[in-house]
Write a protein that binds this ligand. Structure first.
Ligand SMILES: Nc1nc2c(ncn2[C@@H]2O[C@H](COP(=O)(O)OP(=O)(O)OP(=O)(O)O)[C@@H](O)[C@H]2O)c(=O)[nH]1
Ligand SMILES: [Mg+2]
Length: 365
C-alpha cells in the first residue's frame, strides 16, 4: 500500500528541515532531482514493540509513510506562480499534502511576505490549492462546451452531468470552500477522480515554530484549528529545527532532551501519526517468531482484503481469520490465556478489520 504525502509551503518555511527529521527513522531518503527529496518515515507503534518482546520475534516492522519534498515553493496567491506541469502531476499523485507554515523568527532569513503571520500564510496556501483546482475546472468546462455542441443525444446526458458537477464545485471554490470540505458522494468523487484536484486532498498543516514558542504551542494549535481546521485539515505546531536535532540523537539523549522541553514525545511522532489518521488508516497486527508487524489498511477493510496486503495468495485462499484484540492478548499474557477466556474470535470473509486486531489468517492454495 503506498501512502504518499507531498510537502508544500512557501520558500524557506522549513520544508526540507522537517522532511529530513521525518525520514530519519525510516528507510532513508534519496533524491529525485536537485532539491527534490523522497523518503520514508516509520509510523511509531508501541504495540509492535510489545508483540516483538512477547513473542520473541526476530524483527519488528512498522507501517511507513512516504514523504516528498518537491523543492518548488508555492508562492502564495499573490505571487505570479501557478502550480502546474511537473509539480502539479507530482502533487496530484499523492494521497495527502503536508503544508509547512513558517512561524519561527530569523532576522537573517527574509520571509517572502516580509513578516511572520501564520493565518495569512495558511489562507494563502488554501487559496493556492483552490486556484489550481479552479484552473483545471475552467479548462475542462471549456472543452466540455465544445464537446457538447458536437455530441450525439445519447452522450449529452453524461456530459451535462459533468458540466453541472464541475460548475457547482467551481462555485463552492469561489466561495472559499476547498473540495475536501464539500460533501461529495461516491458517484461524484468517482467522476472527478482522474483530475488532479489538490484542495480535495486531506491536508496537514505544520506550523514551524521556535523553541521559545513550544510552551504556547498547544494554544497556537487550538487557535489555528478553530480558524482553519477540521477532520480533513489537521493543524500541528512543531519546532522544526529542534526536531531535526532531536531526530539525530540516540534514544537516551532524546529522552533527556524531551524532558528538558517538557515534551511527552517527539513532535514528529505526532506529525507522522496525524498523517496516518488523516489518510483514514487503521492498523492490524501480525506476530510470530519471524516478525511482529503493523499493517496499514483503510478503515472498513474486510478480512480477506486485509490478508491481501500480506500476500495475494492469502486473500485468494482465505478460509478464516483468528482475531484477538491487542489489549486482550497483552492482558492475558499470550494465546493460551486468550483461548482459556474464549477471546480468540474466528471471523469469516465478511469481517471488518478493527484497529488493534492481532490476526492470524488461515488459508489454502
Ligand atoms: N530558527 C529556526 N530556523 C529554522 C527552522 N526551520 C528551518 N529553519 C531554517 O530556515 C532555513 C530554511 O529551512 P529549509 O528547511 O531549507 O526550508 P525550505 O522550505 O526547504 O527552503 P527552500 O527549499 O530553500 O525554499 C534554514 O536555514 C533552516 O535552518 C526553525 O524551526 N527555527
Ligand atoms: Mg527545501
Amino acid at each position: 500500500m503506498s501512502l504518499d504525502i507531498g510537502i508544500i509551503g512557501l520558500e524557506k518555511s522549513g520544508r526540507t528541515t522537517i522532511f529530513n527529521s521525518l525520514v530519519r527513522t525510516g528507510a532513508g531518503a534519496g533524491r529525485l532531482r536537485q532539491e527534490e527529496h523522497i523518503g520514508t518515515a516509520r509510523v511509531p507503534d508501541r504495540r509492535v514493540d510489545k508483540l516483538k518482546e512477547m513473542f520473541n520475534s526476530r524483527k519488528a516492522t512498522y507501517a511507513e509513510i512516504k514523504y516528498l519534498d518537491l523543492g518548488a515553493s508555492i508562492k502564495g496567491a499573490t505571487g505570479d506562480f501557478n502550480i502546474s506541469g511537473r509539480l502539479l502531476s507530482q502533487l496530484g499523485a499523492t494521497d495527502a499534502l503536508l503544508c509547512v507554515i513558517r512561524n519561527f523568527k530569523d532576522e537573517s532569513l527574509m520571509h517572502p511576505q516580509l513578516s511572520i503571520d501564520p493565518s495569512r500564510d495558511i489562507e494563502a496556501m488554501e487559496m493556492e490549492l483552490a486556484f489550481s483546482d479552479m484552473a483545471i475546472i475552467e479548462r475542462r468546462l471549456e472543452r466540455l462546451a465544445g464537446q457538447l455542441k458536437a455530441a450525439r443525444q445519447s452522450e449529452k446526458l453524461l456530459l451535462e452531468r459533468e458540466v453541472s458537477l464541475l460548475s457547482s464545485l467551481q462555485k463552492s471554490l469561489e466561495e472559499g470552500v476547498p473540495l475536501r470540505r464539500q460533501k461529495l458522494g461516491g458517484e461524484d468523487l468517482k467522476q472527478i477522480s482522474s483530475y488532479q484536484f489538490l484542495s480535495l486532498k486531506p491536508l496537514l498543516t505544520v506550523i514551524n515554530i521556535d523553541e521559545e514558542q513550544i510552551k504556547n504551542s498547544a494554544e497556537l494549535e487550538k487557535e489555528m484549528t478553530g480558524k482553519f481546521g477540521d477532520d480533513s485539515h489537521r493543524i500541528i505546531a512543531l519546532a522544526g529545527k529542534l526536531e531535526e536535532e532531536l531526530a539525530g540523537l540516540d534514544k537516551a539523549s532524546q529522552q533527556s532532551f524531551l524532558s528538558e522541553f517538557n515534551l511527552a514525545e517527539p513532535g514528529l511522532d505526532r506529525v507522522i501519526r496525524s498523517s496516518y489518521d488523516l489518510l483514514g488508516l487503521i492498523t492490524f497486527l501480525t506476530t510470530g517468531e519471524d516478525e511482529s508487524r503493523a499493517w496499514p489498511v483503510p478503515g472498513g477493510t474486510t478480512a480477506p482484503r486485509a490478508a491481501g496486503n500480506i500476500h495475494s495468495d492469502i486473500e485468494r485462499g482465505f478460509i478464516r481469520a483468528e482475531v484477538v484484540t491487542f489489549d486482550n492478548l497483552v492482558r492475558l499474557g499470550g494465546y493460551a490465556g486468550v483461548r482459556r477466556e474464549g477471546l480468540l474470535r474466528v471471523e469469516g470473509k465478511n469481517y471488518t478489520v478493527q484497529d488493534g486486531d492481532v490476526i492470524h489468517f488461515l488459508f489454502n492454495i
